[in-house]
Design a protein around this ligand. Structure first.
Ligand SMILES: CC(C)(COP(=O)(O)O)[C@@H](O)C(=O)NCCC(=O)O
Ligand SMILES: [Mn+2]
Length: 907
């Protein structure tokens, strides 16, 4: 999902004074007043055009602050043009080996004076959601870790980002601590005590210590409720995400494997009990392992285990029973009868055993023991689920397999071990949650979007530390690799999943590739908290909804789409660089983008589930996000403009032609037109090749001439029956539009016009942000205005919908009721991808859906790659031309350029 443009929301406890006049000040103060806690607020003396800045809280630059839009509004938007710093706060978990940081940042998005948005909000009754009651929403949560022995790097990072300056006070607002007072940061873990003085000395902050167990549980509860793909099973190298029903989460057993092991029965939020534990944990593995193998680090020890064969040192059932199973009690010959048991009967010294074998034997001994005790405790309390977390696991495939095997073995397949993607961050997240009233615990799954910035493929392994924030930093980072001549494929390779070992009694089947010892670091993105996102209300069964049609867990499929995207890359970079004027800077960014995206692909090829459950839509979105990260805002801008102009020039002729037809022929021609015009897709290799062969209009004509029914999927007659055979027109249709140019101008707009003519309100649903050559919601009003010049139906409807400037004046006058037409409106969909995940859409779209009884999804991305199997509460028409041979074969047993017209009446 793309980052939505948010209205800026002023941090409420910032003391401000501007020179820009009382009006703004009053508005801001009003805002503060509404939030309630300004009674004892000190007012700073006006100093220049500045603000009172307290040393221990984030600084808002209110210079040139201005009210946007109507200053009479109860809740005016205030633009802070000079405010650029992230507003942040932070919580820590300082463990023996790692320091985990969770910090929040909110960059104030600049509002765009988008009148369409304002009118549509009025019309559809969209509110600002619930963000007013939650001070921190609308920002991002970052997860970073450092090695504890490098605590100074961590302190430098906190200081450079000024994370220590913004805590949250007891009202839940960013803290407003007077300059001479201590700022307080929530912290958990032993280091919160050990390093308290150091934090005081270096940063002038006090650490407010939170109980570790409380934090673990709070962190786990939040993750399990708020992150869709948080929990997974890991058996025999195969990772599978488990959908947790929020209403059926409790009770569960949380097993935290640190140096020692805690087993916590969690009954509800804040209600838990440490029911058991074991002193044989991660510390035991590392301690014994270090003594026995002379390994220098935990990671090295884990890595050794990957190449070990524990049969040389463990006593197996077969060793006792002369190679036979002890079948009477169900033990196979390869079952470990006694860990390290062989060492007693052999005349070998420590040096005679391979460190690899010792490490594996130890790992199994400890993991099995933990798995067994955990299961027994789950059994003791009748708990169905066991979640494992803690630094011992650190995303290590073989460790997870071993624990899973033990739970499976002892429970005779009744119980399953589950792991958490954010396992290392439970404590830090819990400490963050302990700030009061931040609203985080009220967030719903659909309001969280996880993104993986460029750093994601690189920041694992031995590299701990800050994500690369600044664009220049990122590019330099890439260039460093180029200079070194290092091929950037995910640089810390691990054995491909599936070969990570059986975890059972066999030896690991990994072929000895280097282990990514800290893979968990890579599996954690930045969590964007977007309170305005909603579940699309017309989904028939939101719980069962799965946006992706193509299952990328099929390796062939994965390989195919990765190749398609890799091959498309040079062309995309050319377009992106050209869209930014082809400057040296643009070339440098283009190059960095290509490398970053390739690295993501390589990382995902190696471990498809690294970023959560992977579908084709995620890959296509990742590409757009990656472009935006390197500041390519609209790579196809000029192509879109050119195609819009060419298509608008022939629109009047097309409309005339349509108007001369009978109703029935016209409806067919219109649907044909949509399908034919969907050929303008700059994301399809085949189509782009085609564009060299003629002008836009020639290609459009060719495509229309080739239209032949029956289409490969052809429900047109049923649709026609509903449209023409039913005297009652649809009340409101949502048209999910796709590409710019002919697609929107000659395809979807004429279809919209037909619906309007029949008395159906039409809402054009378009992307919030650019993706390939897709038309955006921002671009649509101009296109509609151009088209309306040639068409009365469109003009009146657009006026009624507030899309034309004159109409807006009417609307503001309150004269919309006098309009003689049903409205044509535009809403943004909340995303910036060629596909759409209907679990996370804009509040505008959700509001527009309330009265809709027909939805039309158009294009491969929205109707085939995603939503092909989606069911809706209202009538749905899915229209697309299949511009990829493989997809055509797979989805509709057809061939490239076949068409889909799937009509599904309300279910
Ligand atoms: C990116 C797209 C989903 C966009 O298609 P659209 O939604 O515009 O019809 C599509 O072009 C696509 O799947 N392209 C990759 C496959 C190919 O090049 O054949
Ligand atoms: Mn498209």
């Amino acid at each position: 999902m793309a980052g939505l443009k948010e209205d800026p929301f002023l941090e409420t406890n910032d003391i401000i004074e501007t020179r820009e006049g009382a009006e703004i000040k009053d508005a801001v103060i009003d805002k503060l007043g509404e939030e309630g806690s300004q009674g004892d607020r000190e007012m700073a003396p006006p100093a220049g055009n500045s603000i009172h800045r307290s040393g221990s809280r984030p600084q808002l630059d209110l210079s040139k602050a201005a009210i946007q839009g109507n200053s009479e509004d109860r809740d005016p938007t205030i633009l802070l043009p000079n405010q650029s710093d992230d507003i942040s706060h932070l919580a820590l978990d300082i463990g023996g080996s790692l320091i985990k940081l969770v910090y929040f940042s909110r960059h104030e998005d600049r509002p765009i004076n988008d009148r369409r948005k304002k009118t549509v909000k009025e019309r559809l009754g969209v509110s600002n959601g619930n963000r007013r009651s939650y001070p921190i929403l609308g920002g991002r949560l970052h997860f970073v870790k450092f090695e504890t022995r490098k605590i100074n790097e961590c302190l430098d990072f906190i200081s450079s980002k000024q994370l220590h300056l913004g805590g949250i006070d007891s009202h839940g607002w960013l803290s407003e601590t007077p300059a001479n007072c201590n700022a307080v940061i929530k912290a958990t873990g032993g280091g919160a005590y050990k390093f308290a003085e150091l934090f005081k000395e270096r940063l002038g902050v006090s650490l407010d210590k939170e109980d570790e167990m409380d934090c673990l549980v709070a962190g786990a509860n939040f993750l399990l409720k708020a992150i869709r793909h948080e929990a997974f099973t890991h058996m025999e190298g195969h990772k599978e995400f488990v959908q947790i029903d929020q209403n059926d989460l409790f009770p569960y057993l949380l097993v935290n494997i640190g140096s020692g092991v805690s087993m916590i029965k969690v009954d509800s939020d804040g209600k838990f009990e440490r029911v058991s534990g074991t002193n044989v944990g991660g510390g035991t593995y590392w301690g014994l392992g270090r003594l026995l193998t002379k390994c220098k680090s935990f990671d090295e020890l884990l890595e050794l285990s990957q190449r070990g064969d524990n049969r040389t040192i463990d006593m197996l059932v077969g060793d006792i029973y002369g190679g036979m199973d002890y079948s009477k009690i169900g033990l196979s010959a390869s079952t470990i009868a006694s860990s390290f048991g062989k060492a007693i009967s052999e005349k070998k010294e420590l040096e005679d055993y391979r460190p690899e074998d010792i490490s594996l034997s130890l790992l199994r001994m400890i993991s099995y023991n933990i798995g067994q005790i955990s299961y027994l405790n789950a059994l003791r309390f009748g708990l169905k689920r066991i979640f494992f977390g803690g630094f011992f696991i650190r995303g290590h495939a073989y460790t997870m397999d071993t624990i899973s095997f033990a739970v499976h073995f002892w429970s005779k397949g009744e119980a399953q071990a589950m792991f958490l993607r954010h396992e290392g961050f439970l404590g830090a997240l819990g400490a963050f949650m302990s700030y009061e009233k931040h609203g985080l615990d009220d967030l719903m799954v659909h309001q969280l979007v996880e993104r993986f910035p460029m750093g994601a493929p690189y920041t694992g392994g031995k590299i701990h530390g800050p994500p690369l924030g600044d664009l220049n930093e990122k590019i330099s980072w890439m260039e460093k690799f180029v200079l070194k001549g290092t091929e950037i494929t995910a640089p810390v390779p691990m054995a491909p999943s599936g070969t990570t070992g059986l975890g059972g009694f066999e030896v690991p089947s990994s072929k000895g590739g280097t282990l990514r010892s800290d893979a968990s670091a890579l599996n954690v993105g930045v969590l964007h908290l977007v309170p305005t996102l909603e579940v699309f209300p017309l989904l028939a069964d939101p719980k069962m909804y799965e946006p992706n049609t193509i299952d990328l867990s099929d390796h062939n499929e994965l390989e195919y789409w990765f190749t398609v995207l890799s091959e498309h890359l040079p062309d995309l970079v050319d377009k992106a660089v050209a869209s930014e004027g082809g400057t040296d800077d643009a070339k440098r960014r283009g190059d960095a983008f290509a490398r970053a995206f390739s690295a993501h692909l390589a990382r995902l090829m190696e471990e498809p589930a690294a970023y959560g459950k992977l579908g084709l839509a995620n890959l296509l979105e990742l590409r757009e996000e990656c472009l935006r990260e390197f500041h390519f805002v609209d790579a196809y801008r000029s192509i879109k403009q050119r195609e819009n102009e060419a298509s608008l020039a022939v629109l009047p002729d097309l409309l005339m032609e349509l108007d001369s037809m009978t109703e029935e022929t016209r409806l067919l021609t219109l649907v044909e037109g949509v399908l034919a015009a969907n050929i303008f897709d700059w994301g399809s290799r085949a189509c782009v090749d085609l564009y060299h062969k003629g002008t836009i209009i020639e290609i459009y004509r060719m495509s229309r001439n080739k239209m032949q029914r029956p289409w490969r999927v052809d429900d047109f007659d049923v649709f026609k029956e509903r449209m023409l055979g039913n005297p009652c027109p649809h009340k409101r249709a949502l048209l999910f539009v796709d590409n710019s140019g002919a697609d929107i101008v000659l395809g979807m707009l004429p279809l919209a016009r037909e619906l309007l003519r029949r008395g159906t309100e039409v809402v054009l649903v378009a992307n919030s942000l650019p993706a390939l050559n897709d038309v955006t919601a921002m671009e649509l009003p101009d296109i509609v205005a151009e088209a309306a010049k040639h068409c009365d139906i469109l003009r009146r409807a657009a006026e009624a919908g507030g899309l034309l400037v004159d109409a807006m004046i009417n609307t503001l006058d309150g004269s919309k009721e006098n309009s003689s037409s049903v409205p044509l409106m535009v809403v943004e969909n909340g995303c910036g991808s060629p596909c759409i995940d209907l679990r996370q859409v804009s509040s505008e779209l959700a509001a527009a859906a309330k009265d809709a009884d027909l939805i039309i999804l158009e294009g491969m991305g929205r109707a085939l790659h995603t939503n092909f199997n989606a069911r809706f509460k209202c009538d749905a028409l899915k229209l697309a031309m299949v511009k990829n041979q493989r997809l055509a074969e797979k989805l509709i047993k057809g061939k490239i350029y076949d068409c889909v017209c799937r009509y599904e009446p309300a279910s």
